[in-house]
Design a protein around this ligand. Structure first.
Ligand code: PLP
Length: 353
């Protein structure tokens, strides 16, 4: 199923690290499975599709991705069901977004079937690395970067596409104390906030460090112009339940179009819950927190899954949410039931490897 059309040369490791890996103590992004997928773009085409042992790669120090940030990535997960079935969650959505990032950064697109087949083949080779414990999965990190050894500020003519995988457990272990960020900006109109471009995350590091120094786990980014509207929660989409309605900022060039976001909205609609995708004023959130109609708030993302917000701070006031979060609790369970094959996958979201 996985390698029929894509000719992938597979070189397996002679020294698997599987036996010496402690699956009960996984720190996100620290442990890599035995293999990685690598492909090259040159002369206008993708070639050299390979699965090789995970390890270092040699590169020129002049590659333009290191100097000008022509680099972008994706994040998705593979799950192991109780009967041993392995599925990847909605890889077609990540493939489409990968190409949106590619377009914005003047990099070549990667055909959707190559994206999906490379991931399926890699996950298949390392299927023993997929943890089986609850809330555990294999995080998949596809990425592309410019490799021309040339210091001119122009789009590179050559690229590498690599896929790494990491067995992971839960990302956040408690409800989040978040602040509304009104000084720094993650993304501005006309920029590339909608792309999973490497530079977006470098720019977020200092604001995140400042928030941590103030005792916060995460920040709600606001719009670049006025800092009055909610955009995202760190590197996840942000959602609120107010008056029984699910409310989330609409996607625009400053908001990443999250796969988890789309999935959550579809589930809410299936459940007959009113859904509003619109501009979300911080003042509306504060008012709802004050009058008790804000009953739930959470981040939604592949890495973070559903990350409940415990309190929101704005202009030196902290608004604490009740622990009785009916919606996000039920949502989290249902989402996991679909991913681990315990609930019917009515939307066809699980891509079986
Ligand atoms: C990856 C990411 C998300 C979440 O997207 P998913 O497809 O659900 O993982 C949201 N916001 C930002 C900024 C991100 O990088």
């Amino acid at each position: 199923m996985t390698t029929e059309t894509l000719d992938i040369k597979i070189t397996k490791t002679t020294h698997s690290r599987l036996a010496e890996t402690d699956f009960s103590n996984l720190v996100f992004g620290h442990t890599f499975a035995d293999h990685m997928f690598v492909a090259d773009y040159a002369d206008g085409e993708w070639k050299n599709f390979q699965i090789v042992p995970y390890g270092e790669i040699g590169l020129s120090p002049a590659i333009s991705s290191l100097h000008y940030g022509q680099a972008f990535f994706e994040g998705l997960k593979a799950y192991k069901h109780e009967d041993g079935t392995v599925s990847v969650f909605r890889p077609d959505k990540n493939a489409a977004r990968f190409n949106k990032s590619a377009q914005r950064l003047c990099a070549p697109e990667l055909p959707v079937d190559i994206f999906i087949q490379s991931i399926a083949a890699l996950v298949d080779v390392d299927r023993d690395w997929i943890p089986t414990a609850d809330n555990h999965s294999l995080y998949i990190r596809p990425f592309m970067f410019a490799t021309d050894p040339y210091l001119g500020v122009v789009p590179s003519k050559t690229y590498k596409f690599i896929v790494l995988t990491c067995p992971v457990g839960p990302y956040f272990s408690k409800t989040l104390r978040v602040k509304v960020e009104t000084e720094y900006t993650r993304a501005a109109e006309g920029g590339f906030g909608f792309a999973k471009a490497a530079g977006n995350y470098a720019g977020a590091m200092l604001p995140t460090r400042h928030a941590a120094e103030q005792g916060f786990d995460q920040m709600i980014w606001t719009d670049a112009k006025e800092h009055l509207y909610a955009e995202e929660l760190g590197a996840a989409n942000v959602m609120f339940v107010i008056d029984g309605k699910l409310i989330t900022p609409s996607t625009r060039d400053t908001v990443l179009d999250g796969v988890t976001r789309d999935t959550v909205l579809a589930i809410a609609r299936d459940w007959g819950m009113p859904v509003e995708e619109r501009r979300v004023a911080i003042s509306d959130i504060v008012e709802a927190a004050q009058n008790g109609t804000l009953t739930d708030a959470f981040g939604a993302g592949t890495a973070a899954t559903i990350a409940p917000i415990g309190s929101i701070s704005y202009q030196d006031q902290e608004y604490t949410l009740s622990d009785n979060r009916e919606f996000s609790t039920k949502l989290f369970k249902h989402l996991n039931d679909i991913r681990y094959g315990r609930a019917t996958d009515t939307h066809g979201w699980n891509y079986v490897v």
